[in-house]
Ligand binder design. Structure first.
Ligand code: FAQ
Length: 330
């Protein structure tokens, strides 16, 4: 996979200890690594992996919410939802662009998503079943995404860190609109309140899984933290998310579906119950509730959008032609 990008890097330098130490010294000195810099091929490879998975998550993440655009209860809610979905598409574009600077083509990345070779976040394989889910996705899913992504604004690869700054600003709006939606529903009828509780019951545990496997099981964490791609471990971020989110649930008047959840006076953190890692593995392997539907919809969207890409390329070529002729004449 991505053989061209990796070989190009390999050919440029001999990755001896001196080279690796000099690279690590740059990282330790908090210097950003830019696309034309030499870098270990493993650094390039793990970045392509993480950034592309992140980009795929953004665009697959448009699908569960997309199902609700035509059923939004008011014009205001519909406009907010449309804007949010459009933002997620934009995030995918920044991230694919950041990934392309590492020498891999967008077509390769998209092909790997569609063929099932590349992963995307487990969370988007769960269905959005009621209108409260639109609030919960904003509050919990964007909330978890923000907790994970704020540190990525300081990630060591320049294009990724710069993309994340804008992404995080937009995600904060998403989180707030979700919370405000739930706050409104929780002031409504008993049926609306039940819908909200049903929604948190279904999304709470999958949201905790977004942070990835436990630190003991995480394959990439230690090297990626040494390279300052990740700044905090999966478990650290998960705990921060729980600590920030439980009081928000209580303020809404919702019960967190975890009988073992208890504030620990000694540590100052919320202790929580066991995560069902079998479910996580099952979803990541493609056997979640919506995996097949998501890929079917994504591939169809790509195929149906082919004419738009062709038209945009033809337009760009037409505009570029007189400019190129003028430059040649100079
Ligand atoms: N789902 O060794 P680690 C969003 C995989 S964006 C599926 O711990 P790492 C916006 C992992 O890839 C949400 N797979 O890996 C939005 C690896 O497999 P590999 C996405 C997962 O990279 C909101 C293996 O397990 N955010 O929500 C998951 O050090 C609302 C071992 O894991 C990002 O992508 C998972 N949850 O840590 C959109 C953030 N977790 O590649 C619409 C950037 C782990 O060896 C609506 N990514 N795996 O085959 C990261 O921070 C990291 O990549 C982690 C995983 C933390 C996700």
């Amino acid at each position: 996979m991505y053989s061209q990008a990796l070989n190009a890097a390999d050919e440029r330098v001999e990755e001896d200890q001196e080279f690796l130490d000099a690279f690590q010294a740059r990282i330790d000195d908090e210097q950003k690594i830019e696309p034309n810099d030499t870098m270990p091929s493993a650094y390039r490879k793990t970045l392509i992996r993480q950034i592309s998975q992140h980009a795929h998550s953004e665009i697959v993440g448009m699908l569960p919410e997309g199902n609700w655009v035509t059923r939004a209860p008011t014009l205001r809610r519909k406009a907010a939802l449309l804007a949010k979905i459009q933002d997620e598409g934009g995030h995918g574009m920044y991230l694919y662009s950041a990934c392309e600077t590492l020498g891999v083509s967008r077509e390769e990345l998209i092909d790997d998503l569609h063929s099932g070779k590349a992963k995307y976040s487990s969370i988007f394989n769960y269905p959005a079943l009621n209108w409260a889910d639109i609030g919960t996705i904003g509050w919990l899913v964007d909330g978890a995404a923000i907790m994970n992504q704020i540190p990525l604004c300081r990630t060591s690869f320049g294009p990724y860190s710069r993309a994340m700054i804008r992404v995080c600003k937009e995600e904060s709006f998403h989180q707030r609109q979700g919370y405000e939606l739930l706050l409104t529903m929780m002031q409504g009828s008993d049926e609306q309140k039940e819908m909200c509780q049903d929604s948190i019951n279904r999304w709470w545990w999958p949201a905790l899984m977004m942070f990835g496997p436990s630190d003991k099981e995480s394959i990439h964490s230690s090297q990626n933290m040494a390279w300052k791609i990740k700044r905090f471990s999966n478990d650290e971020l998960r705990q921060r998310f729980i600590d920030a989110t439980v009081p928000q649930a209580h303020f809404l008047g919702l019960e967190v579906p975890d009988p073992d959840l208890k504030f620990n006076e000694e540590t100052g953190h919320w202790d929580f119950g066991d995560i069902n890692w079998d479910e996580f593995v099952n979803v990541v392997r493609g056997n979640g509730i919506c995996n097949k539907q998501r890929m079917k919809d994504r591939v169809a969207a790509h195929e149906n959008g082919a004419w738009v890409r062709e038209a945009a390329l033809a337009y760009a070529a037409k505009r570029a032609a007189p400019q190129a002729a003028a430059e040649a004449a100079e």
